[in-house]
Write a protein that binds this ligand. Structure first.
Ligand SMILES: [Zn+2]
Length: 270
């Protein structure tokens, strides 16, 4: 079986993948503080792992290849805790524009932005929209892995209903993948309230806030409930959901044009 990692392949192998209309996964995440117990690479490591597992699962149904992770994202709200590199939206959009246009020039048409960082959720949707409008023959889909897999992840967690920053889920997955990078000596002492309400104004309106408005140490939730076994289950569930997204033909189908011929006697089309 061919490698699913773009960086490991030769150019002619990638030309062959373009000829089979392979899906290209572009993981994007962050390099940012993850509390006193986790390394700053967490989101990038997890987005890479979920992408690789999903591509291996999907490959039998739909050829799939994964680019190296874009390791910096929109992390302004983590800057006060240190250790964080942040991009601005225009830069992230520009990076994606160049990558997706390169893929277009090589003959690929279907691109999955696989996001692994909360601060990129809205941006990755906007990037998918902007690049679809700019590069008309491309289909760009934006997925945040824990939102795509929410129904599968919730039942596996006890302290939280889905992935939260440096809490039960992320700590579990890192314990499974790179236990040497997790300081698990006193996880219970890092517990904080996992309250995302600090981003809400009024009944359902948004206001930007630094993460310092809700946590003293950069953690959301209770990492002491994490286990490596749980981490393996979470990674499998997340990659199942992303594999399903990749192999579902509906994900890549052209949108229908539901317009009739005219209204009020005036045609819609020239
Ligand atoms: Zn994270």
């Amino acid at each position: 079986m061919t490698s699913i990692e773009w960086a490991n392949l030769k150019a002619h192998e990638l030309r062959a993948l373009a000829a089979t209309n392979a899906v290209v996964v572009v993981p994007v995440a962050a390099m940012e503080q993850h509390g006193p117990h986790l390394p700053v690479q967490v989101d990038s490591r997890l987005a890479t792992e979920v992408s690789h597992r999903a591509a291996r699962k999907a490959q039998g149904d739909r050829p799939t290849v994964v680019l190296p992770v874009i390791w910096a994202g929109l992390s302004e709200h983590h800057m006060p805790f240190g250790g964080t590199i942040t991009l601005d939206y225009q830069t992230l959009l520009s990076v994606f524009r160049c990558i997706v246009d390169s893929l277009r020039r090589h003959g690929f048409t279907d691109v999955l932005i696989l996001n692994g960082h909360g601060g990129n959720i809205d941006a990755s949707k906007l990037i998918a929209q902007d690049l679809t409008l700019e590069l008309e023959e491309m289909t760009v889909v934006a997925a945040t892995y824990w939102l795509e897999a929410a129904n599968l992840l919730g039942p596996l967690l006890e302290d939280q209903s889905n992935v939260l920053h440096a809490g039960e889920a992320e700590t579990s997955m890192m314990l499974q993948l790179t236990p040497d990078l997790v300081d698990d000596r006193d996880l219970a002492s890092h517990r904080t309230e996992a309250d995302l309400g600090f981003l809400v104004a009024g009944e359902g309106s948004f206001r930007w806030r630094n993460l310092t408005a809700v946590t003293a140490n950069g953690v959301l939730g209770d990492p002491s409930t994490a286990t490596a076994a749980k981490g393996e289950q979470l990674l499998e569930a997340a990659s199942d959901a992303i594999s399903e997204l990749i192999t579902n033909p509906g994900t890549w189908a052209a949108a229908p044009d539901m317009r009739g011929e005219e209204t009020g006697g005036e045609p819609f089309r020239p």
